[in-house]
Design a protein around this ligand. Structure first.
Ligand code: NDP
Ligand code: PYC
Length: 336
């Protein structure tokens, strides 16, 4: 059973759930911008469902509902934002204009977000930077749920990697994926729906392959692409962990102490100005990039984010989104 709601009602529900839980208006709005966009683009594992996770995390006493991010200029190409124990999104929104300005001056700049709780999809972040004409990458650890290739115990987070490339016409080229075979949110949605998970997503507590969502959540998740996903995941641990002076997924998990709260760590976002990198011939080089997209599309393959952009167009045209009825009921119950 499903429940359909207007985009305005989805926004209103998100803000009301977060403010009722105790988040400040600034945090409720920053969190809702990403959750609402996720639902609009039919990214169900990081849409309205995440309100359950945010409100649970607040109840555990872990996340700050109202800390104001503190920005510091760490060099010509580096801006740091200390989230002060709040969710990452207000820190990201606060740091983004500084990141963009630095990248446009230096050519390449980094935004390091520290001490944040992090639940969100990364594509809204890189897409917004690409809309300012820049190439962007973002990455973050999470909790140590994912076994390294050849192992059976969680070491890595589900460690998403997102990339965006601005295009002269239309939406940027964007991809955003967990380096685990599936995001944990996907496994949670399978568990809530009582559905088995595909083979290759997880191992049970004894290290045996499983198609039971709950068993994989208790055991270990698997990386995508075997040793290749494992190596990428390790890179993300290092770049968005020790490099920026923040937690590994193992440390985030230990810090959690079995409360089931959102992971707590840092995030690294990189921005490149193609005009600086490509120099005076940037129009020619941008056209060569377009030839790559044409070659992909020309043989009937699709670009990453095409499904998402199509979902966005559908949602905006109908003015509505649809979520499971049980999720809607669970969210309404949070307004009591
Ligand atoms: P998916 O596997 O659903 O999608 C990964 C990417 O591949 C998307 O850009 C998708 O585009 C693209 N894609 C999918 N199928 C095709 C295809 N056939 N051809 C070309 N491109 C394709 O993502 P995940 O489940 O791995 O991750 C979901 C979300 O979870 C991400 O947004 C991620 O940021 C988030 N996440 C957040 C974490 C955190 O700690 N904050 C941790 C882990 C994940 P499209 O959307 O158009 O299908
Ligand atoms: O879906 O893997 C996930 C995830 C972890 C933290 C936020 N989302």
């Amino acid at each position: 059973m499903t429940h359909s709601l207007t985009l305005d009602a989805a926004w209103d529900l998100s803000v009301r759930v977060l403010e009722t839980a105790g988040f400040s208006p600034a945090h409720a709005a920053a969190i809702s911008r990403t959750i609402w966009a996720g639902q609009r683009d039919e990214c169900h594992s990081h849409g309205l469902y995440r309100l359950l996770v945010c409100t649970h995390t607040l109840k555990t006493g872990k996340v700050s509902p109202d800390a104001e991010p503190v920005v510091s200029d760490a060099g010509p190409g580096l801006v740091r934002v200390d989230a002060k124990g709040a969710y990452s999104l207000l820190a990201y929104e606060t740091g983004r204009p500084v990141l963009i300005a630095k990248a446009k001056t230096v050519g390449l700049a980094a935004l390091a977000i520290n001490h944040c709780y992090h639940f969100s999809a990364l594509w809204p972040e890189v897409e917004a930077i690409a809309e300012a004409g820049l190439v962007a990458m973002a990455m973050t650890p999470s909790h140590a749920w994912v076994a390294p290739h050849g192992g059976t115990k969680g070491v890595f987070g589900t460690n998403p990697l997102a990339f965006a490339w601005p295009r002269p016409e239309g939406n940027p080229f964007v991809f955003d994926f967990a380096t685990s075979a599936a995001a944990r949110g996907e496994i949670e949605l399978h568990r809530r729906a009582g559905k088995p998970i595909p083979e290759g997503w997880g191992l049970d507590r004894n290290g045996n392959p499983t198609t039971e969502a709950e068993a994989a959540m208790q055991g270990a998740m698997l990386t995508f692409g075997g040793h290749k996903g494992s190596a990428l995941s390790a890179m993300i641990e290092l770049m968005a962990g020790p490099l920026i002076g923040d937690f590994l997924s193992l440390e985030s998990m230990a810090f959690d102490g079995d409360t089931g709260a959102t992971p707590y760590h840092g995030e690294l976002i990189l921005a490149f100005d193609p005009k600086v990198f490509m120099g005076p011939d940037h129009v020619v080089h941008s056209a060569r990039a377009e030839a790559l997209f044409d070659a992909i599309l020309g043989q009937g393959a699709r670009l990453p984010s095409q499904r998402r952009y199509e979902a966005r167009a559908r949602s905006l045209a109908s003015g509505r989104v649809t979520i499971p009825r049980k999720l809607y009921d669970d969210l309404i119950a949070l307004l009591d």
